[in-house]
Design a protein around this ligand. Structure first.
Ligand SMILES: Nc1nc2c(ncn2[C@@H]2O[C@H](COP(=O)(O)OP(=O)(O)OP(=O)(O)O)[C@@H](O)[C@H]2O)c(=O)[nH]1
Length: 389
């Protein structure tokens, strides 16, 4: 089997401690659609995966050593994935249709995505499908309040699964939890675990490539409308809940937000649009400047770009922090409409800063803000220093 012609989708399953990752995975793995799946899991957690389908022996269980998947065993994740390629190529594993990486509850999923996206050999064999995040209906709000990791896990998700909705007395607070999640991450589908629709089809295949049509499905992947409709409503981080004890002032970056929890307040999700072709070098400079100065704050960046040198074949980009997937060229615009659209989820990086930078590079007329030359040629510029500050 040529791996590069048929890259294997990799899904990352994350969610806070005890939020129901393993329970969900055990259920999903019983679906024949997930046959020939390899699960990469760390050794924490008292509920074992009981339905591994790669091989029925313990050899098929690929466990990482102790510690958080994202930080202490990152090298090992790459080795594990490379080992899978090797086993496939040497026939030790006959078929492998999918990989699910379950992170520890405290993990940041970004380094897991980066491990694949930043590794040329792995990129030949694998494609990032998406991030599935579990959040517990009972403790979800308190967990988001207390743990920055949980907020990040929700912010980078492609799908959010609310677990434990079958337990008594949780329905009353579900509306608030859903509102908060959609404020953090407008594009993610939020599905309850008890909903029969929380199945393979709803949770997997969230990447750019749509296996049903065998083409890239940018609209389904980018979901720019979800950001745009929220922006049009002016509904941006106005989630209101009872935790007024938090210190909001220190997080005021000049964008509108009130009554948000301090962790939520550090997250921004927004879209950028441009209706003229952009020279490749200009776009490259914009992204390079952003990621070299604020890379760790870019939780997720996705986009479709109209490049001046080849406007009929849009460029698709996908980045997680400093690491960007090699850009893909589509043969045509998905809906015929030429328009550059970017969606971003950032942490501790104000939307206004990114917008000003984008406008400066694209030459949008602004009142009293630096233009591109001032940004790139200024010998006094301090990397990371906000424009105009
Ligand atoms: N009632 C109910 N219990 C659930 C649900 N999902 C998980 N649980 C229970 O919650 C507990 C934790 O679930 P796990 O699946 O181990 O959670 P996890 O996220 O894998 O946990 P860690 O790996 O320890 O972070 C277990 O006792 C599960 O039985 C659910 O939807 N409803």
């Amino acid at each position: 089997m040529s791996l590069s012609a048929h890259p294997i989708p990799v899904s990352v399953l994350t969610g806070f401690l005890g939020s129901g990752k393993t329970t969900l995975l055990n259920r999903l793995l019983k679906d024949p659609a997930l046959s020939d799946t390899a699960v990469i899991i760390n050794e924490f957690g008292d509920v074992g995966i009981d339905h591994l389908l790669v091989e029925q022996s313990s050899e098929g269980i690929i466990e990482l050593s102790d510690g958080c998947l994202c930080c202490t065993v990152r090298g090992e994740l790459v080795d594990t994935l490379a080992g899978l390629i090797d086993r496939l190529q040497t026939g030790q594993i006959k078929r492998l249709k999918r990989i699910v990486i379950e992170t520890t509850g405290l993990a940041d999923p970004a380094p897991v995505l980066q491990a694949i996206m930043g590794h040329p050999a792995l990129l030949q064999a694998f494609r990032v499908d998406g991030v599935i995040t579990t959040i517990d209906a009972v403790n979800g709000t308190a967990t988001l309040d207390a743990h920055e990791e949980a907020v990040k896990q929700a912010a980078v998700a492609d799908r959010i699964i609310i677990t434990k909705t079958d337990l008594p007395n949780v329905r009353a607070s579900l509306g608030d939890l859903r509102l908060r999640l959609s404020s953090l991450n407008p594009a993610a589908d939020v599905i309850e675990a008890s909903d029969p629709r929380s199945n393979y089809a709803a949770l997997f295949e969230c990447g750019l490539y749509n296996p049903e049509t065998k083409t890239a499905d940018v609209q389904r992947w980018l979901k720019a409308e979800a950001y745009e409709s929220r922006e049009a409503e002016g509904h941006h981080h106005h989630f209101d809940h009872d935790h007024h004890g938090h210190d909001h002032d220190e997080h005021d970056h000049g964008d509108h937000h009130h009554d948000v929890n301090r962790h939520d307040a550090s997250i921004r999700s927004f879209s950028l649009k441009h209706d003229q072709p952009v020279p490749f070098s200009t776009f490259e400079m914009f992204i390079d400047l952003l990621r070299s100065t604020h890379g760790e704050k870019l939780l997720r960046v996705k986009g479709i770009i109209e490049i001046a040198e080849d406007p009929d074949r849009p460029l698709v980009i996908h980045g997680v922090q400093q690491i960007f997937h090699p850009p893909a060229r589509l043969s045509a615009w998905p809906d015929g409409k030429h328009e550059t659209r970017l969606v971003m989820i950032t942490k501790d990086l104000p939307e206004s800063y990114v917008r000003q930078l984008f406008d400066a590079f694209l030459g949008h007329v602004q009142i009293d803000t630096p233009d591109r030359a001032a940004l790139t040629d200024n010998p006094l510029a301090i990397p990371g220093h906000p424009i105009g500050a």
